[in-house]
Ligand binder design. Structure first.
Ligand code: DQA
Length: 147
């Protein structure tokens, strides 16, 4: 059974309380439960993590190289600032899908650029908690087409 890392960056631990008009009312624990449930239904396991630290995200991406079949990542604001995440995604062979709860292109100009996107297989944004499930489905179909 494929194993996917779902990695979450800064401030996402505050979901539910943080700007619910933009990010919705789900907590990160709610979203983890939705991801785990989707895995049980569709046939993959989920290792779901959150950190506020850029280097920890880099470490987890390296770990995924041997421990996972793909990465779905909501890097939060590091999406728009981190060359280190770009380099990490390029350095590993497992596919990376970038995701966001909000439609970053309908928001402030500084959210329109992603350092990660050019190194990712694709980007999903704007569907709230559903963005996580869509990213996992994308990883699953990438894994199946690689078989
Ligand atoms: C976000 C969008 C980012 O611009 C922002 O910095 C976040 C959350 C999202 O999921 O919509 O922290 O990644």
């Amino acid at each position: 059974m494929p194993r996917f890392f779902v990695l979450n960056g800064p401030n996402l631990n505050l979901l539910g309380k943080r700007e619910p008009g933009i990010y919705g009312g789900h907590t990160l624990a709610d979203i983890e439960a939705l991801c785990v449930e989707a895995g049980a239904r569709l046939g993959f396991t989920v290792d779901f993590r959150q950190t506020n630290h850029e280097g920890t995200l880099v470490d987890w991406m390296h770990e995924a190289q041997d421990a996972a079949d793909g990465i779905a990542i909501n890097a939060g604001a590091y999406t728009h600032t981190s060359i280190a995440l770009h380099d990490a995604a390029r350095a590993i062979r497992v596919p990376v899908v970038e995701l966001h709860l909000s439609n970053v292109h309908a928001r402030e100009a500084f959210r329109h650029h992603s350092y990660l996107a050019p190194a990712a297989k694709g980007v999903i944004c704007g569907f709230g908690a559903q963005s996580y499930l869509l990213a996992l489905q994308a990883l699953q179909s990438l894994t199946q087409s690689a078989e």
